[in-house]
Design a protein around this ligand. Structure first.
Ligand SMILES: [Zn+2]
Ligand SMILES: [Zn+2]
Length: 319
């Protein structure tokens, strides 16, 4: 029997009382199962952190000694037990090391997606599927009006830009995906990287994800027009608001984060509406529980055949 209270939000985040653990807790807790290393999912200060090796490496880089009292690393598909709930990770395709969390308890399988994407991404493990009784899915872009364009066509837009490009992107996940895609689909471009992104790139390379050619930014290089693409984190992108001689683009699935209405680069690391429908077909759940964003469209869409519950508590997520 599906337990309606298997997961519920409290002040610390999404809690499983049957195993006494949290999924991506928002406050430091004793048992934290962390789906991936983005800062809105992986915070510092937890005691026991259960995650993949890549997620631990990113957390250690960001938080140092406060990353966790103890990391309990798990390989894909390898089961471990937390408080009597059997847990394993399968890839979520969102960024390197990003996991969906499979939870089995009293004969019922609950699948928590974390953030996930279906688009191809050569810098992370491709998403995998598993049948589950309950699908707990993010609903960041769960709106029939939101359909992500082809990511390769988006990147190929860079080829038509004759001046240097200042490319804003989140430092973890998006920046590395861009480096790989520019190398693959806009190979004439020369990629410069903001120094703050370089240690994250090093973790990718160490984990066996080759990003392709890129070098750390230096002031001299961008002074001439030579097909440069300079990838910078959001705060640097914003500070270059008045830059001249460069085309400014911000890579994101969000319309409101684009540089302007003419200069767009839609590249999302989340599922869009069709992806969510595909996910539901793959998992074939009896129930869907939604979180992050607005689950109402999913609820309306499946009202005649799958029970949909909107779990409250978390703010909408951007990364
Ligand atoms: Zn997120
Ligand atoms: Zn994320």
């Amino acid at each position: 029997m599906i337990l309606a209270d298997f997961l519920a939000f409290n002040v610390n985040g999404l809690y499983c009382k049957y195993g006494d653990f949290y999924l991506d807790p928002q406050q430091p807790v004793f048992n934290a199962v962390v789906s991936h290393a983005h800062a809105d999912h992986a915070i510092a200060g937890n005691q026991q952190v259960y995650c993949t090796a890549a997620t631990a490496a990113f957390m250690q880089l960001r938080y140092g000694k406060n990353a966790a009292k103890k990391f309990n690393l798990s390989n894909w598909h390898q089961y471990f037990s937390v408080g009597g709930v059997d847990i394993s990770f399968i890839p979520a395709g969102h960024m390197l090391g990003s996991a969906q969390v499979v939870m089995q308890y009293k004969g019922i399988t609950y699948l928590y997606t974390g953030d996930y994407k279906l688009q191809p991404d050569a810098t992370c493990e491709p998403i995998e599927w598993l049948k589950a009784d309950v699908l707990i899915t993010e609903s960041t872009f769960a709106n029939p009006a939101t359909l992500h364009p082809n990511p390769i066509a988006e990147i190929k837009k860079l080829n038509a830009i004759g001046i240097n490009i200042l490319l804003g992107a989140y430092s973890l996940g998006k920046a590395q995906r861009l480096i790989r895609m520019i190398n693959d689909y806009a190979p004439e471009k020369k990629i410069l990287i903001h120094h703050r992104i370089m240690p994250l790139n090093a973790i990718y390379e160490k984990q066996g994800m080759a990003l392709g050619a890129h070098q750390v930014y230096n002031r001299k290089a961008m002074k001439k027009q030579d097909g440069y693409v300079y990838i910078v984190p959001p705060f640097t992108f914003d500070s270059y608001y008045h830059a001249t001689g460069v085309k400014r683009l911000f890579a994101s699935g969000w319309k409101n984060l684009q540089a302007n209405e003419h200069d767009t680069l839609y590249l999302s690391d989340h599922a869009d509406w069709n992806d969510i429908l595909f996910a539901v077909a793959q998992v074939s759940p009896q129930q869907i529980w939604t979180l992050h964003g607005n689950g109402q469209f999913i609820k309306n869409h499946f009202q005649d055949n799958i029970q949909v519950r909107i779990l409250n508590g978390a703010n909408s997520q951007m990364f």
